[in-house]
Design a protein around this ligand. Structure first.
Ligand SMILES: [Zn+2]
Length: 160
C-alpha cells in the first residue's frame, strides 16, 4: 500500500470567483422598482377581476335592454297608451343604462392601460409627475393613472 503524501498536499488553491453572479437578464436599471413581482401580480389579479365584473355588468345591462326593446317591438298599442309613464321611465332608464355602459367601457379601457403599465414596469407611477402613486390609492383604484394631487389638478382643469 502506498502512502499518498506529497501529492494530496499540493492542491492548488482554486481561485474562487468572488464577483457575484451578475444576472445578465435585461433590466432597466435606472427605473426604480415600485413593487415586488408578487405585489404586481396581486394588482394584476385585481384588475382582471374588476374587468370581468364590468364585462358581466355590461352584458347584463345590454341583455336587459335587448329584452325590453323586443318587448316593445311586439307590444300592442293599448299597452303603449296605458303605460306612457312607464315608458318614459323606461326611456330614462335606457339613457341611464347607456351612460352606465359607456362609463364601464371607459373603466375597462383604463384597466387595460393599467395592465399594460404592469407589463411595462411603469405601474404605480403617476403618468403626469412620474412620482409614485400612494399605495392606499392604488388599493382603492388599482387602475389609477395619476396620484391624488395630479388627479385633482386634472379635474379642476376639466371643470374650467
Ligand atoms: Zn402626479
Amino acid at each position: 500500500m502506498k502512502k499518498k503524501s506529497s501529492q494530496s498536499k499540493k492542491t492548488p488553491k482554486k481561485k474562487r470567483a468572488t464577483a457575484k453572479k451578475t444576472t445578465t437578464k435585461k433590466k432597466s436599471a435606472k427605473k426604480k422598482k415600485r413593487f415586488l413581482k408578487k405585489e404586481l401580480e396581486i394588482y394584476r389579479e385585481k384588475l382582471l377581476n374588476l374587468k370581468d365584473d364590468l364585462i358581466k355588468q355590461i352584458q347584463e345591462i345590454s341583455d336587459e335592454s335587448l329584452r325590453k326593446s323586443q318587448q316593445e317591438a311586439s307590444g300592442d298599442i293599448s299597452a303603449y297608451s296605458l303605460h306612457l309613464a312607464d315608458r318614459a321611465s323606461d326611456a330614462y332608464e335606457r339613457d341611464f343604462n347607456l351612460g352606465l355602459v359607456s362609463a364601464e367601457r371607459k373603466t375597462i379601457m383604463e384597466i387595460d392601460e393599467a395592465l399594460k403599465r404592469i407589463d411595462d414596469n411603469e405601474y404605480g407611477f403617476c403618468q403626469m409627475c412620474k412620482k409614485p402613486i400612494a399605495k392606499r390609492r392604488l388599493d382603492a383604484i388599482p387602475y389609477a393613472r395619476y396620484g391624488t394631487k395630479c388627479q385633482k389638478k386634472i379635474e379642476e382643469e376639466q371643470e374650467r
